[in-house]
Design a protein around this ligand. Structure first.
Ligand SMILES: N[C@@H](CCC(=O)N[C@@H](CS)C(=O)NCC(=O)O)C(=O)O
Length: 295
């Protein structure tokens, strides 16, 4: 702490103690579920469907990276990419059930189990899942040396940058119980800087790895594309003037038109128009028959 004058702190009078202690229920969106310790809080087996790939997720930006990839793989004709997508509602604490924690000890969606291997393979971290699927199906990760490296550069860039957009900007703009100018200014500046990084790169590149659409685009679009479409964090995209980044706008429109992207973003989605919410996906036909407006 650089400011040790409690009167100037927020809330006034606050002085950070030498050792932090947990006060549950600070009023924020995740206050009732987040804790400073890891591990399961209750016993619950996860359901298992008929397909080789079992996805346990929610239709957040990190979640739909994976459903977009799976839908793209299926669109390419990879039948072994068929999957069951089960809903993990992080707002009610499903991520702390023993079955989920067994797959992802970090208690965050998305988590994938590949049951086509001799023993089921557990995969967590959205970037790791994208790489796992790209390698398994030899798709959406360019082979040419430079493009391959660029795809991984931008994939890892996105994985490192997302917490500033989500946990930083999104949290303090939408989820925090109060608006703190300092926090919003700090993270809005960083989010805009990231948009500018993308915009300058996309001025000379159709996709993040160059000419080839790749897992790097699938990782970045759910964040920057959806933020620019004002589909996450309320009117956060407007607040950041995300539509002023014209190369990002061109890229987000092109990717947003892909049928697999349109399908992928519906899976495990719990907000927005009922016709765009497919809470669980077990069959390709579910997009026609099982959206929330039809059941
Ligand atoms: N780095 C992880 C982040 C995953 C993540 O933050 N997931 C959020 C939803 S987007 C979550 O499960 N939050 C639940 C919680 O924090 O308890 C990844 O990319 O997979």
């Amino acid at each position: 702490m650089t400011n040790n004058n409690p009167a100037e702190n927020f809330p006034a009078g606050y002085l950070a103690p030498e050792v932090w202690s947990w006060e549950p229920g600070n009023g924020g969106q995740f206050a009732t579920i987040n804790r400073p310790v890891a591990g399961a809080t209750f016993e619950k087996e996860l359901p298992v469907g008929k397909h080789p790939l079992q996805l346990y997720s929610l239709g957040t930006p990190n979640g739909i990276k994976v459903t977009i990839m799976l839908e793209e793989l299926l669109a390419l004709g990879h039948k072994e990419a068929e999957y069951d997508a089960w809903l993990i509602n992080i707002f009610t604490g499903d991520q702390f059930g023993s079955g989920f924690v067994d797959i992802n000890p970090n208690s965050k969606i998305p988590a994938l189990v590949d049951r086509s291997t001799s023993k089921p393979t557990h995969v967590f971290e959205s970037g790791s899942i994208l790489m796992y699927l790209a390698r398994k199906f030899d798709a959406f990760l360019p082979k040419e040396h430079k493009a391959h490296t660029e795809a991984l550069n931008w994939l890892f860039w996105q994985m490192g940058s997302a917490p500033f957009v989500g946990g930083g900007f999104g949290h303090f703009f939408l989820y925090a119980p109060i608006h703190i100018k300092y926090a919003i200014d700090r993270f809005a500046m960083e989010a805009k800087r990231q948009f500018d990084v993308l915009d300058r790169h996309l001025a000379n590149n159709r996709f993040l790895a160059g000419d080839e659409y790749s897992i790097a685009d699938m990782a970045a679009w759910p964040w920057y594309g959806q933020l620019a479409r004002n589909e996450i964090y309320g009117n956060g995209g407007k607040f950041l003037e995300a539509d002023s980044y014209q190369n990002v706008a061109r890229w987000k429109d092109e990717i947003g038109e892909r049928p697999a992207v349109k399908r992928g973003r519906m899976v495990n989605r719990m907000i927005g128009a009922p016709s765009e919410q497919l809470h669980e996906r077990h069959d390709a036909s579910d997009f026609e028959t099982k959206t929330q407006d039809k059941i």
